[in-house]
Design a protein around this ligand. Structure first.
Ligand code: IMP
Length: 459
């Protein structure tokens, strides 16, 4: 049965269970480890948004993998990885990452697929972004400088290059010549940027296209076919809810739909096929780059969390801003994403604290607010209300059973769950390794008991 022949009735009668893993905060919640742990129960893992601005760190037997574009599922040999149409793909970064994975013994060939409809990042996207970020009068977002925003601008402006076009030599040459002429004029006029050489770019990207061609598929058809065949599929979110282009702290956001809604448009799998949404939240909060952060802590305690949690960007190495757990934000994230399960990561980072403040509400001008402000200026006016919980002052590192956690750590998690607006705790991460994970029994029954089907060859 070809992907296009799947009938609607079959789609509605889904045999497979699918799950979306999203970041509930500003990214860096530790989704990489969680996707890696759960991928044992899924046949396919698909990325649906963002690009190589993401940095998913996975540690297996002490070996560290930082994945930027490739979904974490590929680290399991019987799990296929898909880069969906909603992703912006830098061909050179993709080939570099694939090469590093292959060198590390990871099976990528025949296991990893790139959407023919994904948009391509080209060097002028980085040129425009770097110049624009530093231009006088522009709001500095503090981006990862990977060309993500300008590539999405070209997509929406209907002047982007897609992976399918990258594989067409004639189209690629014409696109690069026209785009370079236009971008060089804009770069020179607005930012006095150095021009980019179209011939050199064509030579480099046509070579890259040949190497990428074996990975390219109609991934919407591939994913829909897998679901119709009863294979469990996981969607791996990148960044986090508060960096979502529509629902985040605009304009201090990334340029794609990081929330669960992005799955449908970013993969071609319909919303009716999504069965579970799992939100990942740190036991505290971090953010990289500019923008509002109501529960931010700037003092020595913030520095302590940064050190203990190794809070430095996986992609840029920038120190992350640290803050306390923010429950209004978590409730907002659960509402936007429809999360029914929560995964709490980095609980062990709080082990040494005698007291742990948690933001339980927001006030503006002394008045309680129940809705999150839509504007950055509104966000800056927020006065967080805190409740201070007692710390447990004992190590939780590596604990795998909820009942073995110190009583106060359990209370902290129960407090978080009770105030999260209905979502239940599914897992707790107590260290970076796969094994350092607590599975809550109800979640384990629902997700882990599922039989994983043997992966079939994608056509
Ligand atoms: P861009 O995605 O490079 O355009 O950056 C926009 C904003 O999103 C900046 O504040 C970045 O620091 C932030 N950002 C992008 N990707 C990530 C991520 O994977 N983790 C955390 N922050 C990110």
């Amino acid at each position: 049965m070809s992907g296009l022949q799947i009938r609607l009735s079959e789609k509605l009668n889904l045999k497979a269970k699918t799950a979306v893993i999203i970041g509930a905060q500003w990214g860096d919640e530790g989704k990489g480890k969680i996707v890696d742990v759960l991928s044992d129960n899924f046949s396919v893992v698909a990325r649906y948004a963002g690009g190589h601005n993401a940095g998913h760190t996975v540690i297996i037997n002490g070996k560290k993998f930082i994945l930027q574009l490739v979904p974490c599922g590929v680290l399991r040999k019987d799990c296929r990885g898909v880069i969906g149409n909603g992703v912006v793909l830098d061909p050179l970064a993709f080939l570099d990452e694939v090469g590093r994975l292959r060198d590390a013994g990871v099976k990528v060939d025949g296991n990893l697929f790139v959407s023919n409809r994904a948009q391509v990042i080209l060097p002028y996207h980085r040129m425009i972004e770097l110049a624009a970020e530093n231009a006088p009068g522009r709001v500095k977002i503090g981006t990862t400088s990977r060309g993500i925003g300008p590539a999405y601008e070209d997509k929406m402006g209907r002047r982007g290059l897609r992976v399918i076009d990258l594989l067409d030599a004639q189209l690629l040459r014409t696109h690069i010549e026209n785009a370079c002429r236009e971008k060089n004029m804009i770069g020179h006029a607005l930012f006095n940027s150095e021009p980019i050489d179209a011939d050199k770019m064509y030579a480099e990207y046509s070579r890259a296209a040949e190497k990428i061609a074996p990975y390219v598929r109609d991934t919407a058809a591939l994913l829909n076919r897998a679901i119709a065949d009863g294979e469990p599929v996981m969607f791996e979110g990148a960044q986090g809810t508060m960096l979502d282009i529509d629902h985040g702290t605009y304009p201090f956001v990334t340029s794609s739909s990081a929330t669960s809604g992005g799955v449908a448009t970013g993969t071609g799998v319909p919303p009716t096929a999504i069965s579970q949404v799992i939100g990942v939240t740190k036991a505290y909060c971090t953010r990289v780059g500019g923008g509002p952060f109501p529960s931010e802590i700037g003092d020595a305690v913030g520095e302590q969390l940064r050190k203990r949690g190794n809070e430095y960007g996986a992609v840029t190495g920038r120190p992350r801003r640290c803050g306390w757990l923010d429950l209004p934000l978590l409730r907002y994230s659960n509402m936007i994403n429809g999360s029914t399960w929560l995964v709490v990561t980095k609980l062990d980072v709080l082990d040494e604290l005698a007291e742990i403040p948690v933001c339980i509400g927001y006030k503006i001008n002394g008045k309680k607010i129940s809705e999150i402000p839509a504007d950055a200026a509104g966000f800056e006016k927020i006065e967080p209300t805190y409740e201070t919980l007692p710390g447990w002052k004992q190590s939780t590192v590596g604990i795998t059973d909820f009942e073995k956690l110190p009583a106060r750590a359990r209370q902290y998690l129960e407090f978080l769950e009770g105030a999260s607006g209905g979502a239940r705790i599914a897992m707790v991460s107590t260290g970076p390794e796969r094994e350092q994970t607590i599975f809550m029994p109800d979640f384990a029954r629902e997700i882990l008991a599922r039989e994983k089907k043997a992966g079939r060859q994608a056509s």
